[in-house]
Write a protein that binds this ligand. Structure first.
Ligand code: ADP
Ligand code: MG
Length: 537
């Protein structure tokens, strides 16, 4: 019985209904590889400092101008399952390491292009998958070996490199210093960097006015204009409850017959609030809550010279807890003196600065327009992730295609020790890595082939870190040139590219359900079938 049931359930997949399609073997691979290569093609021209920007227009009319691979891919409305796999890998790359998304996608595209050539020689996909896995593992190990110490100077150069190619070019030196300053503050902590370093973007003003705050910078107004906004060594109470006339009392059915009674009710509410405010004032100079603080409470708190902010985000509250060292409590009565935090508070350019003695910092970023600040914020966030990781790992590598060329040469040597058809795949992997310097040169308007030949010569002559300098279009030692990259990002980019390529190569059968359960499809699958493959981009 159970068998029959299982069979029945799996039947609709194989007995294809009208409009359903099935593509197998080489055709399936070809379709998938084409889709993945198209995604790579879409971001290729943004790679490196001379990469171009993309203007993304969303259906609602929102415009983003960016050079950031993952932002482009996320915004692009990709309607193809294989292309989506590539986009997913870019997102993972971004989440895990904060950078290297374009590299991962471009390398994946090249790995699949090379795989196609091997498939044409009737090599079974599993040999390619195996060879690619070996090559990727080897490359990551070699990269560790190639890495050099992450000195302060190199971390600063790493921050600059991580921000290249964006609008941050405006003031990259200054922003890189801020990134390093922020990361240095958090150096002794093992907490995730996102919890220690925040950004606050402020449109208006100059990029040069961006700065690091030891603490929080909130875009919030005090609940009452008479509240103090300059407080040094203030005691801070953090609440996750509202302050106001208690629900129960407000709901109670008090029948009021004459005005004096009304006066009494209001009077008792006021009295209660006044008492609560003095209770808080005894504990703290500032009170912050994730819930509502009503007007009456604000009024009495202001009279007691207490600063109050309400309706804060939970994430803001967690950060404030870190900054002030205070715990979040549900009522002032629960606050033992150790729960009360400490901070100095001031206002500057409409932001409330809450500075404390902790390793939590905020990068206040300024720029002339929304687009500029948004791009700066993306760049700075990535740089913070990359630099903090490298600082913790203690090592970096050169950039400008230097590691790719070196790994490519080392993989070619390694290939000789690999048996059978997998050897072809290891060689293909080695060739594929050249796509990075080739694209960097091409995007700088230089001859890609010449650049790769020159780079290879330099490496063969012993300069392990010879890279392409995008500013001068010359081959230079990347470390001396100050083009520095994170080992972790590079390793992650290599494994991301390998994983998505292998995932795609392992597919030998695409079954699309056609109209099944898809109402309003009407005209069947689009031309080219397979979920709109033909219509991609
Ligand atoms: P990704 O999304 O992969 O990080 P980017 O557009 O940030 O893509 O480009 C990163 C590549 O650009 C890396 O290979 C890096 O070494 C290279 N790069 C950055 N700055 C320079 C430079 N000044 N000269 C040459 N290459 C550079
Ligand atoms: Mg980058």
């Amino acid at each position: 019985m159970a068998d029959e049931g299982d069979q029945l359930q799996s039947q609709p997949l194989l007995v294809l209904n009208e409009g359903a399609e099935r593509v197998k073997d080489r055709d399936a691979q070809e379709l998938n590889i084409t889709a993945a290569k198209q995604v790579a093609e879409a971001v290729r021209t943004t790679l490196g400092p001379n990469g171009m920007d993309k203007m993304l227009v969303e259906s609602g009319g929102d415009i983003t101008i960016t050079n950031d691979g993952v932002t482009i891919l996320e915004t692009m409305d990709v309607d193809n399952p294989t292309a989506e796999m590539v986009v997913e890998i870019a997102k993972t790359q971004e989440e895990e390491s904060g950078d290297g998304t374009t590299t991962a996608v471009v390398v994946a595209g090249e790995l699949l292009k090379k795989a196609e050539e091997i498939l044409d020689q009737n090599v079974h996909p599993s040999a390619i998958v195996g060879g690619y896995r070996k090559a990727s593992e080897r490359a990551r190990n070699e990269l560790d070996e190639l890495a050099v110490e992450a000195t302060e100077e190199r971390l600063l150069q790493l921050a600059k490199t991580a921000m290249t190619g964006r609008n941050t070019d405006l003031d990259r030196d200054h922003l890189a210093e801020l990134v390093l300053e922020a990361v240095t503050e958090t150096r002794d902590s093992n907490e995730p960097i996102e919890e220690l370093v925040r950004t606050e973007a402020l449109t208006g003003g100059d990029v040069a006015d961006s700065h690091v705050v030891k603490g929080a910078a909130l875009d919030e107004d005090p609940g009452n204009q008479d509240m103090p906004t300059e407080l040094s060594d203030a005691k801070v109470l953090l609440l996750d409850e509202e302050i106001g006339v208690e629900e129960t009392e407000a709901d109670a059915n008090v029948s009021i017959d004459d005005p004096t009674q009304l006066q009494e009710v209001l009077g008792s509410e006021e009295k209660l609030m006044k008492e609560k405010a003095s209770e808080i004032a005894e504990l703290a100079d500032a009170v912050f809550s994730t819930e509502d603080i009503d007007d009456l409470a604000h009024y009495y708190l202001a009279r007691q010279n207490v600063l109050a902010l309400d309706d804060l985000d939970t994430s803001d509250m967690e950060f404030l807890s870190r900054v002030t060292g205070g715990g979040v409590v549900s009522s002032p009565e629960d606050a033992s003196s150790t729960d009360v935090g400490e901070a100095s508070i001031r206002t500057e350019n409409e932001l409330l600065y809450i500075e404390g003695d902790s390793d939590a910092v905020t990068l206040v970023l300024r720029g002339g327009t929304d687009h500029v600040v948004a791009e700066i914020e993306r760049g700075v966030k990535d740089a913070v992730a990359v630099v903090s990781r490298a600082a913790r790992d203690g090592k970096v590598v050169g950039g400008g295609g230097a590691p790719e060329i070196e790994l490519s040469l080392r993989l070619r040597d390694y290939a000789e020790s690999v048996e059978g058809r997998e050897q072809l795949a290891v060689e293909a992997f080695a060739d594929a890595l050249d796509v990075v310097p080739r694209t960097l040169a091409g995007n700088s308007g230089d001859d890609p082939i010449d650049a790769v030949v020159e780079l290879r010569n330099a490496h063969e002559e012993g300069d392990n870190h010879a890279g392409f300098d995008a500013d001068t279009a010359e081959v230079k030692n990347a470390l001396e040139d100050g083009v520095v990259e994170s080992v972790a990002v590079k390793q992650q980019a290599i494994s991301s590219a390998e994983e998505v390529s292998n995932m795609i190569l392992r597919i030998d059968d695409i079954i699309s359900a056609g109209d099944l359960g898809d109402e309003g499809g009407g005209g069947g699958p689009p031309a080219g079938g397979m979920g709109g493959l033909g219509g991609m981009m």
